[in-house]
Design a protein around this ligand. Structure first.
Ligand SMILES: Cc1ncc(COP(=O)(O)O)c(C=O)c1O
Length: 455
């Protein structure tokens, strides 16, 4: 590649192809269009959750069935699903053991405000996988992060958290902070921040150990909250030595460290933490751990757990701001027990990672053949192509590589050829139900897109 000139697709060409694909999409999805028009009468913007407006095309596809790695829409079109509910369905859709457990549990009590035996098994399994001793359950990864932050503030008596620029940890107020000319400010589009983000949050670039050291030296950070590799602005891998420095600096400044494994569970059954021997004080997770049934979790190291036990006013636990009426419900935990012990197993990850390697090879080959200035990065069974020649070192570099027009075109191009990619960036995830044919469907469509873009 080094001696060849990279070809940047022109905006004109991208626009021309997008228009053609948009017309094809509209013509082939009359029933989705009809439902969307009707939905605008009762749902804000015609969708049940606002991000669904961000799919390219003039309206989103409405879903009829999702089974394994295949999704079928209301127009009868089938898709190889590489989005998998943005990791919520990393198990594949409706895996049989989870469905059976849910059916059984749903018939015997869904939510009770009392523990079930499944909770014990899931706690033990989380302990085995991630190495943290004590677990609590929520309904989402967002809530797990929220409670991790509260606990860290409580234990340290410090007001701020530190996150890495362009992170995403769910709809957690403190984490919507970004750097603008070195100053902390709210991210573009952040809805109704309760206070100025600079009051709650310090922000540094991922992999910037010097900045991390400087910001932690202030002594007011309760918690560093991070994914072990950024996945939400495109994949940004940690550089050698980064995690060692992060752990050393947080320990030296008595700052707690939370690793958010919600997406990086793609690295194996114990996530990046187990795969790379990390030693967080807290670990948060959610999305696929109950096969798509709402469940989040946070784990505490033995030391943190002891401090929490000591400091909790148990008589006021119901109004302490940690927990939730439906959290830890028997249905979610029955689903988690089946999912963790029978679906997202070590053997399943081996197959999933091998298929992601196949995806990565297919993408890399087309990029090389068409001399596009792009690259593909893989993290376990997740892979992503980005519109820059080098892998990003920081969230800002990853953000600079975003190209909304090209992104919209490629998402639509894939949809029209029966492949569903994760929205907002060109990310693909492999489930235990994914097959070579699903990966190859993408490889073929991607090769076709590259050829058209390079023409
Ligand atoms: C790393 C990470 N943490 C937490 C969350 C929040 O998950 P949820 O929206 O299910 O609460 C997300 C969502 O994308 C995420 O990517």
């Amino acid at each position: 590649m080094s001696d060849s000139v990279a070809l940047v697709p022109s905006q004109n060409r991208i626009g021309e192809l997008f228009e053609r694909e948009r017309e094809r999409f509209a013509a082939e999805h009359p029933r989705s269009r009809e439902l969307y028009e009707r939905a605008r009468g009762s749902l804000l913007s015609g969708v049940p959750m606002n991000w669904m407006t961000r799919w390219p095309g003039s309206f989103p596809v409405f879903i009829s069935d999702a089974q394994g790695a295949t999704l079928t829409d209301v127009d009868g079109k089938r898709y190889a699903d590489l989005c998998l509910g943005d990791t919520g369905a990393m198990t594949g859709h409706s895996p049989a053991p989870t469905v059976a457990a849910v059916a059984d549990r749903a018939a015997r009590g869904i939510t009770t405000m009392l523990p079930s035996e499944d909770a014990v098994v899931v706690g033990e399994e989380m302990n085995r996988r991630f190495g943290l001793e004590s677990w609590q359950f929520t309904l989402s990864a967002t809530d797990a992060n929220r409670f991790a932050i509260r606990i860290a503030r409580q234990l340290t008596g410090r007001p701020r958290i530190l996150v890495f620029n362009h992170c995403y940890h769910g709809t957690v107020d403190e984490t919507f902070a970004t750097l603008a000319d070195g100053a902390v400010t709210a991210r573009h589009g952040n809805v109704g921040p309760p206070v100025e983000l600079a009051e709650t949050t310090r922000v540094v670039e991922f992999n910037d150990i010097e900045a991390l050291e400087r910001e932690l030296a202030a002594g007011d950070v309760a918690l560093v909250l991070t994914e072990p590799a950024l996945t939400n602005i495109g994949i940004v891998l940690p550089e050698p030595g980064f995690h060692e420095a992060l752990r050393e600096l947080t320990r030296a400044t008595q700052t707690l460290l939370a690793i958010d494994e919600t997406h990086t569970l793609c690295c194996g059954s114990g996530g990046y933490t187990a795969a790379h021997g990390l030693e967080p004080d807290l670990l948060t997770i959610g999305k696929p751990i109950a096969g798509g049934v709402p469940l989040g979790a946070y784990g505490l190291s033995a030391e943190v757990a002891a401090r929490v036990l000591e400091g909790t006013i148990w008589a006021a636990a119901d109004v302490g701001g940690v927990g939730g009426t439906l959290a830890g419900n028997p249905l979610s935990l029955a689903a988690a027990r089946a999912t963790l012990t029978e679906v997202l197993t070590d053997e399943a990850f081996e197959r999933m990672i091998a298929l992601a390697e196949r995806f990565e090879r297919g993408v890399a080959e087309s990029i090389a053949v068409h001399r596009l200035p792009w690259q593909v990065t893989r993290l376990g069974c997740r892979a992503e192509y980005m519109f820059a020649p080098q892998p990003p070192r920081t969230g800002s570099e990853a953000a600079a590589a975003l190209d909304p027009e090209l992104d919209a075109l490629l998402h639509l191009y894939m949809l029209n050829r029966g492949v569903l990619m994760t929205p907002f960036h060109m990310m693909a995830l492999i489930s235990p139900a994914t097959g070579e044919a699903d990966v190859d469907a993408h490889t073929e469509a991607f090769a076709e897109a590259c050829a058209e873009l390079a023409a």
